[in-house]
Design a protein around this ligand. Sequence first.
Ligand code: HEC
Length: 138
Amino acid sequence: MKQRDGLRVLRAASLLFAVTATSVYAAPVSFSESQASRGEKIFKEVCADCHGANLRGGLIGGPPLTGSAFEEKYMKGTPASAIFAFTSAMMPPDAPGQFSPAEYADMIAFILRENGVQTSGAPLPTNPNALDQLIIDK
Ligand code: HEC
């Protein structure tokens, strides 16, 4: 192998490394408007009695899903996997896990939108590894 070919291989390898490495870097969370509006519908039917239609807490005992205590837990450089895992495993309390991952993603998109979280418009994924890389920061 000539020296130039070796250099070319090396360049290709480092380019590959850069691409691979980038995919494990965290990125800001995002969600689509259509996810948020689908999520709003389910939320208002199923979650709002406890959490409030405006997320400020409801009549029958769910905590607010907005405000400083909530932000401290889920929106201070926190991976989106945290809120996704909790919500899909625990909510609603009488029938946890009753929705599809896509429906939980829709509801979380709604919660993020109502909290004023910025989005690029790319949909929120449902894959736990992908959610681990997406950071919610407010
Ligand atoms: C029967 C009342 C009730 C319903 C219905 C309900 N929740 Fe909850 N939710 C709660 C309670 C109580 C907690 C606090 C539980 C805990 O901290 O362990 C909670 C906690 C949460 C949290 C975490 C809040 C925090 O500060 O840690 C999220 C997110 C959430 N609920 C989302 C939802 C979504 C989405 C739905 C609809 C699918 C839903 N909840 C339906 C009562 C309810």
